[in-house]
Structure formats: structure tokens, C-alpha cells
Design a protein around this ligand. Sequence first.
Ligand code: BTN
Length: 258
Amino acid sequence: MSNNKRLTSSPIIHHFTKLGSTNDTAKSLLEEGHEPAFWVVCDEQTKGRGRRSKEWVSLKGNLFASTTRRITTEPNKRASLSLVAGLAVVDAINKATEEPSSELTLKWPNDILVKEAKLGGILIEAQQSVRPDQTDLIIGIGVNIIANPVVEGRDTICLQSLDIQISRDKLLEHLTNTFQNRINQWDEGRNIEEIKAHWMEKTSPLGTMLTVKCGPEYITGAFMGLDTYGALQIKLNNNTIQTITGGELVSLIEKEKT
Ligand code: BTN
């Protein structure tokens, strides 16, 4: 069941009690002709998807939401928008607390962590828009509010266990605001440098040793920051800098298990 709400100067939010995946429903709504930027949220998500074809275990009471944005088709815009989304989620959670938490961090490309434990994740998918020079992005956001799933090989955490009490609807209200604020700051990518600077404040210090899984390959090196558009840069043993546009940071323990 969908119940569409539009508050003054607020985005349209399509609310459903139960869905497979909010990203899939957002895609269907785009195909039916609904114009971005709208949001889809559900109380129960039965086929939540994570990055790299992983399942997103969707425990009832947590946030499952997707928003849509129409952008001009340039390959780098998607990467930089990913940083925007991560910052918006951190901003929204910080609004629920008395003072911003320095414990909330971002892991490239856009995991939301508290001391290495995963609190939330973002899945960005793209589809051709009505006009050939435009792309529609579906930005799916999951935040563990009241429960954290047991996921093999990684720690997870939820807001409640951090003593952050916030309802799903309040967090969504903050998120719709913070997302739009960060989108405005991003300014269609013209202000990516400012976004990158804020993102860098929330991630591991430069020089941290990272391992990235790119397909079947593992690449280890020192974190050197982000390139112009938000791709990850690491310095390899042979002192060359490698730019990584797609991949997943893994812990060394995870790597050793394989
Ligand atoms: C990840 O870290 O792997 C990304 C997780 C994204 C999960 C959200 S929940 C709402 C939206 N719908 C989905 O099916 N996935 C995203």
C-alpha cells in the first residue's frame, strides 16, 4: 500500500508498508513517469540489496529508503554523488544527537561506520532517463536504527545500542533535509572540492593501510585521498598511485580468510 505525502516545500515521499526493495520500487515509479526527486520508504523490506550483489538484511524498525535524482550523463558525477549521500546520512544521524559524534565515520565509497562496525550503507543504481543526455540515479539508504543484523565476517551496530533514540520517521525527515542541503552544496558537481574536504574529515587518516577487493583481485596500499571526482587513491608498494573507481575495502582479516 502506498500513501503519498507532500508537505510544504518537502519532497514527495511514497510510503509503503511492505516492499521487496525500495530501490526497485523507485525504479518502477521512474519508469511509470514519476519525476525525481521523490523518496520511497517502507516499513518492511523483504529483498533488500546491498552493494556487490550482497543481501541487505532488513530488520523491521530500521530505515529502508531510496531517493531519486536526475543528472546529466557524465560518468564521474555518480562517484561524486556517492560522497554527497554518505555525508547526508552522517548529517542526519548527527541531528538526532546533542552534539555531532566524532565516532561516526565514512568508509569509501559510502559505508557508515562506528568504530569499524557497520551502521548503514548506500546503494546507488542508475538507469537511462527520458532524455538521452540524462541519467536517473536511485540512491538507496539503509540505517540500522533499532537492530543490527548478524553478518558473517563483519561487525554491525545500531543507533539504539549507541543510546541514540530516534524514530524511523524523524530520521527520514532529517535525511530528506540533509540530503537536499548536501545536493545544493555539491551544486551539480561544481563544488565537489568542498564535498571531498568534508568527506575526508570523516574517513581514515591519510597513510592508513587499506586493502581493496576489485573483482577477484586484492590491492593493498596506503590511503592517499580521493581523485578529482571521488575515486579512491592508494599508494602501492612500488610507490605508484592507483586510482580505484569500483571495489570494496576489506579488512586484512577478511582477506586472510579467502
Ligand atoms: C551496502 O552497504 O551494501 C548498501 C546497502 C543499501 C541498503 C539499502 S536499504 C534501502 C535500499 N533498498 C535496497 O534494496 N537497498 C538499499
